[in-house]
Design a binder for this molecule. Structure first.
Ligand SMILES: [Mn+2]
Length: 268
């Protein structure tokens, strides 16, 4: 039995199939951790989503910003933008089942046995593992609730930028969601800078990649994440492993075997 974490698929279903073939993935034997942004920008979003759902217990999914964006468009609280390629899902006969399933997925997954945490973008240095797990659950509850459209409607925006435990309501859920699904750069107090999308070598003044700040609260758990294609997997930090290797931008799709530490990639 092996566990493979796979970075942003973004609708590149053929690359996913090739990668799973190469690692001899078996739904009966192995488990996949999909690190979010399963869909958008790429060509086969519907096939990707149907496949992820069909894996059942053989897949763990943590949601990314593009997955949440799909839910917001489908709920009618956000308009699609020109670069979105989500129409195959939105017009599918099984869209409601797929979106209902997507809404039940997590923002954070932790395996004690593998001493590994999975999130789409990252965990700010001011949150311990225990805090991060609790806060992820707050958003997961909102997303599964009867009033999930209200959450999605107020999810967009870059403020507040700094975590305070006494934040309430929409501001609280928006900031938690931004940390888990959009963060690249922050300062050591967890203040977010969401507009810069370059590689880690050119941080905005006063900020640094989130994983470069020490976080003693993470104990000895490693973090696997996606979201940041410009990193191309290089964090320079043992405790954080980036797995978005820019498949949808013509680079590659990568799987990490969490038991052996071995990386596998296919070109796109
Ligand atoms: Mn992303």
């Amino acid at each position: 039995m092996s566990t493979y974490a796979i970075g942003d698929i973004q609708g590149c279903f053929n690359s996913l199939r090739q990668l799973l073939h190469n690692i001899d993935f078996s739904q009966q034997r192995d488990q996949l951790w999909l690190l979010g942004d399963l869909v958008n920008r790429g060509p086969n979003n519907l096939d990707t989503l149907r496949f992820a759902k069909s894996l059942g217990d053989a897949a763990v999914v943590v949601l990314g910003n593009h997955d949440l964006h799909l839910l917001a468009i489908a709920a009618g609280v956000k308009k699609a933008n020109k670069k979105d390629t989500l129409d195959d899902i939105l017009s599918a006969p099984d869209r409601d089942e797929l979106l209902m399933w997507l809404r039940q997925q997590k923002l954070l997954h932790y395996s004690k046995k593998l001493r590994t945490v999975a999130v789409h973008a990252g965990i700010p240095p001011v949150w311990s593992l225990k805090t991060a797990r609790h806060l992820a659950m707050e958003v997961e509850v909102a997303l599964r609730s009867y009033n999930y459209e209200g959450f999605l409607k107020h999810m967009y925006g870059n403020t507040p930028a700094t975590w305070r435990s006494n934040l309430k309501g929409d501001d609280r859920l928006r900031l938690i969601t931004n940390y888990f699904t959009r963060m690249r750069f922050c300062d050591r107090n967890g203040k977010l800078e969401l507009s810069t999308k370059t590689g880690p070598a050119q941080p905005p003044m006063g900020f640094a990649p989130w994983f470069s700040h020490p976080n003693p609260g993470m104990a000895d758990a490693r973090i696997v994440f996606g979201h940041w294609a410009a990193l191309d997997g290089n964090t320079g930090t043992q405790g954080a492993i980036g797995l978005d290797t820019g498949c949808v931008w013509g680079n590659k799709l990568t799987a990490l075997c969490l038991e052996s530490g071995e990386h596998f990639s296919v070109g796109c």
